[in-house]
Write a protein that binds this ligand. Sequence first.
Ligand code: ZN
Length: 222
Amino acid sequence: MIVDVASLWVAETNAYVLAAEAGGPGVVVDAPPDLAGILEVLDRRRITPVALLVTHGHIDHTGAAGGLVERTGARAYLHPDDAFLALDPEAQLRMLFGGIPPGDFRPPEFLDLADGQVLDLAGLRLEVVHTPGHTPGHCCFHLPDEGILLSGDHLFAGSIGRTDLPGGDFATLMRSMRDKILPLPDDTRVLPGHGPATTIGRERRSNPFLLQLLDRGRSSPG
Ligand SMILES: [Zn+2]
């Protein structure tokens, strides 16, 4: 299986390209506002994207979604609870930059993701894991056959997503982490939306936020 990544835009957001093999169909996960950067990864692997899965509606993960769909014909997927973010890129850009920088940030039409949904795309089986907290509609994507979790801005190597942006909630994030992410096998490779890859086991042992959760689990059952 091919997993390639480019870290793009001012936010250095990871855009992932997944495919069973080079020269065939594939899936893109997240579309930071640098269409050329995403197309470069697809080109170097000769992969044709059939789908774009966005982990959540923040502009640094969705900015090039419209362009990518228009250019490649891929179908874009988003959890509907993040539509308020993804469909209003200008509000986010104004909050970030105090104005609208040049560029094409138009959102595409999104198909809805739902918790527990299994997607069969480009010969890959991906389970949708709705993990609200960083945003209400944040989703991780789990490939159980490959032992891979695309964790978006939910879980990072050594950290977790911020919860101080509109729709964010710390307690909700921690609940998603405890109920849906911590139960995954230790050897699951975690590919986050920013920064380097890690594993569930490494985070379980060393991520201060996960340690806090595990501690709490021990001292107060239920
Ligand atoms: Zn985010």
